[in-house]
Every structure is written in structure tokens, then in C-alpha cells.
Design a protein around this ligand. Structure first.
Ligand code: SF4
Length: 508
């Protein structure tokens, strides 16, 4: 979730970030690389029968277009096909393969959210593993990415934690995820959780190589069922409706289906929309010439709406006595300033149990209290007490639309584990700065290397001291802001603040 800067926040803008790290001996230049799409290789569907060696571009004029049901054309179809960015989408270049049905789901979702009157920052888009999930960075909403098949469960938890009826939770899930997390979907339906689930049903696992899922219809060919799937897929709409979802719809995902999505977004309780679409890379290639409506008809399933009358959403019943999760979030007042003028990305890495996540949290708090926006994410092995611990932090004077870091501005390494985990990333740095504990041999890198004795403060304080070192050298966050963050976190008696300050006095 984004940290929003309070409206009273007044940034203190001092000249230019080129002054940053002057003490480290060199001016800074912007080095934000273009983010590469997770799927950069657009796999085009290969030919229909009799054209197997010919590359076939799947677009509105070929596979998807031919499957449009008669009479479904709407005046703004052209807008969809042109891929215009909207209030909700920050790009026209969606990250899917050409012709993938996911494009239309993303665009129709964006249009329908706007039509429904939701604001981007009142919308929480929950995704999980699968090609559909790589859309996160394209939406101007809050986005939460979960484990495979858990989007409905995650969305349900978020919905139950919200008390503001203006907030809208939308869960994106694939057909593979929907069957992996089938029980989560049915529980959300049974409880009638107030959110919308959109199933991207292209009838196979696209991201992992085109295998059959629990929603693959009988006879549909996948990479593991080249003769056609021998068993019928679940009728997920019928299941969800029977379980209790009051608004369920199956649609063929071509053209403009924003009206259908708008109805779902406005419905009370759990609304579920199954969008039947095609994966050109596998589905179209293995089932040439097949029409989506024919597939659904042959499977005995229906296209249309399942609806029951008014039914109280579970979230509405329990919200009255529950505080919102947002209300529990501590308020951090803006008391300091920062001269930061552009987003700045930091990777802090050391050993598990050595306070890396705590140090990054303190840095994040200090940045927020300096009027900046922050994203922070942690990564460490499932065995949380051994191995590396890494935190990725972005601080910025303006909104941060993607929390990933492709090329860090600064990498801080405080132990061997951290170095092992980040070696390749450091070697790939073409600019930026590396702070590394003096006990470690820096890898070959084009980044500027600054060695310092971080572990001299003791292993448990190495990461926090490294963050102090960053604050002291960059001037982007003041030491006072760091100390306030420590005090607010109730750690003033546990962290040797004076010793750290003294150590930094001699640093130039
Ligand atoms: S679902 Fe298929 S066509 Fe769509 S992005 Fe994934 S692999 Fe490409």
C-alpha cells in the first residue's frame, strides 16, 4: 500500500540531488533504467491448421475478433482496442503477449471502476501468481500481490479490515489460481464478502507453459492434454452462486464488457465475474479456429448472470464493531524536511536476525516524517532465523507507482549473507553507490564503493548503523529524523544512538 503524504506536508527542497553524496566524492546522475516487462518476449500464436509454420499475429482481426458474439459491438470498442490509458491505468503498454485476453480485462476493469465512481486510491487491486498478476504496476490503485490461488482469501481479509464503504476491493485471479484456491473462493461466496472477484479464464496455466487447469473444458487441448482434456472443468459460476455469492456472471471476454463489470462493482456482497478468454501463446495455438462461445456451449455451461436478491454482506455485519486496519496504522507526523527531488531506491541487505527489516522500517518512518513517500518490502528465506535478510526501500518526494527496484541507487551490504544474496545485482550496477562492511571484499562493479566498519557496532546494530551512515552521508534524511523514528518505536534504550553519532562524527 502506498504511504500517502498528509496534505499539510511541506517539502523542503534544497538545490539538487546532484549534491547528494558529495562527501562520497562524486556527483549523482539519474540512472533509472527502463523497466523491462516480465514477459518481454511476445509469443505470437502460431498458425491455424495448414499454416503451422507461419507466424500469425493474434489481434482484433484474428482469433479474438472472430469469436465476438453477434451484436455485442459497442461504440467505444475502438477505445478499448487502441489501449488508451485511463484514470486507473498509467500506461497503454500492458505487459501481456499480443492478443492476450488479459488486455481487455485490464482495460474494461479500468473503465468500469471509473464508471462506478470509485477513485483510484479508494481501490485495492489484489492479484496473485499468473500472467494476470503482472498487471499490478500498471494500475494507479493500491495493489497487493499474493501467493498463487490466494487472491480471494487476501481480498477477503482486506475487505473485512476496511470500514469505509467508499473502498473497493477487486481480486484478479486466473483459472489455475481459482482452482488452486477454490475453497477460498467458495468461502468468500458463502460469507458473502463485499468484494469483486474477476476470474481470467483462458482455460490453462499460461505463465507456466499451457497446462490444463480445473476450469479447462473437456476436449480443450493444452500442453499436457494434446488430445484434448479428458474431463470436464468445474462450472465455477454455478459453484460460487450455490455457495452464496449473490451476483455471478460469465462473459466472453471480447470487446467492451465494462457495463457488466460496472454492475458487478456496484453489487452488494460478493460479485464474481468469470471472463472466458484466450491465451494466444498456448490456447490459440493448440486449438486453432476454435470459438470461445462454442467451447462454452459444448461444455454445457451458460453465458449469463446468476443473481439472488438482497443479502447482507458479511463485511457489513461485522464492520460496525471493528476498527479499520487503517485506523490502527500509526500516524507519522511530518516534522522534518528532505532535499530529495526524485525517487531514490535503496537495497539494504545483511544476515537474518541482524535487524535489517527493523533498520529499513526505521528508515521508512524517518523518511515519512521528512515529508517523503515510501515503499518498503522485505525478502528473506522461509526459515526466518538463518541466511540473508534484504529490504528494498524507495523514498520519493512524489507518488511511487511501482515498488520494484530494477536498478538501485544505493546498495548497503552489512554481512556475507547479504553480499552472497546480492552479488549479481551489485555486479550488474552501472552506476549508483555501494556501501559495504569493511570486512567484505566488494564484487566487480561500476558502482562507487564506500567501505565502512558497520559491524563494529555489533552484528545486531550493523544494519541500523548503516542506515545512520546513509542519513549522515546523503543528507536526504536527517539524523534527528532517524532518532525520532527510534524513539517513536520505543527503542531508544536498546539502540546505541550516542555511540553511532560519535562514530559518524569523523566520517567525511
Ligand atoms: S496468458 Fe498466455 S498470452 Fe496471456 S500473457 Fe500469459 S502466456 Fe501470454
Amino acid at each position: 500500500m502506498r504511504n500517502e503524504v498528509p496534505s499539510e506536508c511541506k517539502l523542503v527542497c534544497i538545490p539538487d540531488e546532484h549534491e547528494m553524496f558529495v562527501k562520497a566524492g562524486r556527483p549523482r546522475r539519474g540512472c533509472q533504467g527502463m523497466k523491462k516487462s516480465l514477459i518481454s518476449d511476445c509469443r505470437l500464436a502460431e498458425g491455424r491448421q495448414g499454416m503451422s509454420n507461419q507466424r500469425l499475429r493474434v489481434n482484433a482481426n484474428s482469433f479474438a475478433f472472430r469469436m465476438r458474439p453477434q451484436g455485442s459491438s459497442r461504440p467505444d470498442d475502438a477505445k478499448h482496442r487502441q489501449g488508451m490509458s485511463t484514470k486507473f491505468l498509467n500506461t497503454t503498454g500492458l505487459p501481456y503477449c499480443k492478443g492476450c485476453g488479459h488486455h481487455l480485462i485490464a482495460r474494461n476493469t479500468a473503465i468500469a471502476l471509473e464508471k462506478s465512481g470509485f477513485a483510484p486510491l479508494d481501490t485495492i487491486l489484489v492479484t496473485d501468481i499468473g500472467c494476470h498478476g503482472i498487471i499490478d504496476r500498471c494500475f494507479n490503485t493500491h495493489t497487493v500481490h499474493g501467493l498463487h490461488g490466494r487472491a480471494a482469501a487476501l481480498g477477503a481479509g482486506i475487505t473485512l479490515g476496511l470500514s469505509d464503504p467508499k473502498k473497493k476491493v477487486v481480486a484478479f485471479i486466473g483459472d489455475g489460481g481459482a482452482t488452486i484456491g477454490l475453497q477460498h473462493l467458495l468461502e468468500a461466496a458463502r460469507l458473502n464478502i463485499n468484494m469483486t472477484v474477476i476470474i481470467h479464464n483462458n482455460m490453462l496455466y499460461g505463465m507456466t507453459g499451457g497446462q490444463a487447469s480445473g476450469l479447462t473444458p473437456c476436449g480443450f487441448r493444452t500442453t499436457i492434454t494434446p488430445e484434448g482434456n479428458p474431463v470436464a472443468g468445474y462450472d465455477i459460476c454455478a459453484l460460487a452462486h450455490t455457495a452464496g455469492a449473490p451476483h455471478v456472471r460469465r462473459i466472453i471476454g471480447v470487446g467492451d464488457f465494462s457495463e457488466e463489470l460496472t454492475e458487478a462493482f456496484k453489487a452488494d456482497g460478493l460479485s464474481l465475474v468469470e471472463v472466458v478468454e484466450i491465451c494466444p501463446s498456448y490456447g490459440a495455438k493448440l486449438n486453432p479456429g476454435t470459438k470461445l462461445d462454442t467451447i462454452i456451449e459444448a461444455s454445457g455451461q451458460k453465458i449469463g448472470l446468476w443473481q439472488t436478491g438482497n443479502k447482507d454482506a458479511y463485511s457489513l455485519q461485522c464492520r460496525e464493531n471493528l476498527p479499520s486496519l487503517f485506523e490502527k496504522t500509526p500516524e507519522i507526523k511530518v516534522e522534518f524536511g528532505s532535499k530529495l527531488k526524485r525517487p531514490f531506491s535503496i537495497i539494504l541487505s545483511g544476515s537474518a536476525g541482524e535487524g535489517v527489516q527493523l533498520a529499513s522500517e526505521l528508515l521508512a518512518r524517518a523518511a515519512i516524517s521528512s515529508g517523503l513517500r515510501v515503499t518498503k518490502k522485505g525478502s528473506y528465506p522461509v526459515t526466518v532465523g538463518v541466511g540473508f535478510s534484504t529490504a528494498e526501500i524507495i523514498i520519493s518526494p512524489r507518488g511511487i507507482h511501482f515498488h520494484g527496484i530494477s536498478e538501485p541507487d544505493l546498495v548497503i551490504i552489512t554481512s556475507k549473507d547479504g553480499l552472497r544474496h546480492n552479488r549479481k545485482r551489485i555486479e550488474a550496477m552501472k552506476c549508483g553507490i555501494l556501501f559495504i562492511d569493511e570486512s567484505l571484499e566488494p564484487p566487480e562493479t561500476a558502482a562507487e564503493v564506500v567501505s565502512h566498519n558497520f559491524r563494529g557496532m555489533g552484528p545486531r546494530n550493523a544494519a541500523i548503523f548503516a542506515v545512520f551512515f546513509f542519513a549522515r552521508n546523503s543528507g536526504l534524511i536527517s539524523i534527528s529524523a532517524m532518532i525520532k523514528a527510534i524513539q517513536d518505536r520505543g527503542l531508544a534504550g536498546k539502540i546505541p544512538i550516542e555511540k553511532m553519532k560519535k562514530n559518524l562524527e569523523g566520517v567525511v
